[in-house]
Design a binder for this molecule. Structure first.
Ligand code: HEM
Length: 247
């Protein structure tokens, strides 16, 4: 590796970041409308990834990209992951249904390894999340900003219920418990199928509020625990996807 230039960015590292950014830029046009169809079904039916309602729900396949290394808040993480590939999951299929009271997202992705619990400090689980801007134009790639927070519903197989994560920029994430948030996942045939659902309205600081008949934005993230992915190291949709809740 060549000597580090004044200002600390080695030409090798510059090339790596540029290459990653290049591929990100090439795919950043992938924006699909996610339509949450309105159904007459109970929460208990919709929270089941194998539930019959999901068989006829429209599905959208979204490509995922690694989060840019440059956006990781710590220099340690940037240096450590400079030559390690992360964001291993390339795409996720998304379905969305609502029953006027709650909205449910079913995410499905291929992952040959089922990492569903942590037995040591250097182990990480598979995980998935759905992200919303709390205010219309909140930035996605910095996970919000002080004036424009974002809210994520963060599912892990080793947690009874998902966390509702609020964020006003990377390294400001706060995990909270939202009693209206539920998750349910199963790993079969080399793939995860996970439903994350919440009441359309839920009281809490920094929580997104959704309304039937209205439009919003949504993004998705998947962590490959078998690849030591956690926190900012994951595969994401780099663009907000328009979200429509059928009236
Ligand atoms: C380019 C886009 C993104 C970047 C650079 C990014 C970066 C980060 C970073 C650095 C952290 C750690 C923050 C901390 O320590 O406070 C983090 C945490 C988190 N991010 Fe992102 N993120 C991005 C997109 C997303 C998306 C699209 C989602 C959800 C769909 C998401 C969900 C989360 C969650 C749930 C956490 C907290 C994890 C935990 O508590 O362990 N992020 N992100």
């Amino acid at each position: 590796m060549q000597a580090v230039e004044p200002g600390g960015v080695s030409p090798y590292r510059f090339l790596l970041v540029a290459a990653r950014l290049g591929s990100v830029r090439r795919r950043s046009q992938d924006v699909d409308m996610i339509k949450a169809q309105r159904v007459e079904a109970a929460d208990s039916a919709l929270i089941d990834p194998a539930g019959s309602e999901w068989r006829s729900a429209p599905s959208t396949r979204l490509s995922l990209e690694p989060t840019p290394l440059i956006s990781q808040p710590s220099a340690y993480v940037q240096a450590k992951w400079e030559t390690i590939d992360y964001g291993a999951i390339g795409n996720v299929s998304v379905q969305a249904l609502h029953n006027d009271g709650g909205i449910f997202f079913r995410l499905q992705w291929n992952d040959a390894t089922e990492n569903d619990d942590i037995r040591d400090t250097d182990q990480f689980t598979d995980a998935a999340a759905v992200l919303f801007p709390v205010k219309e134009d909140a930035p996605l790639t910095s996970m919000g900003s002080p004036d424009e927070p974002v809210n994520a519903w963060y599912w892990r197989p080793d947690m009874e219920t998902p966390f509702s994560v609020t964020s006003e920029g990377t390294s400001t994430t706060i995990r909270t418990i939202d009693p209206n948030l539920r998750g349910n996942g199963a790993h079969t045939g080399g793939a995860w199928a996970v439903v994350i659902g919440r009441a359309l309205q839920s009281a809490g600081d920094g929580y997104v509020q959704l309304t039937a008949g209205e439009e919003g934005k949504v993004a998705f993230a998947v962590w490959q625990g078998g690849n030591d992915e956690r926190a900012g190291l994951k595969a994401v949709t780099l663009e907000w996807q328009p979200l429509e809740l059928e009236a």
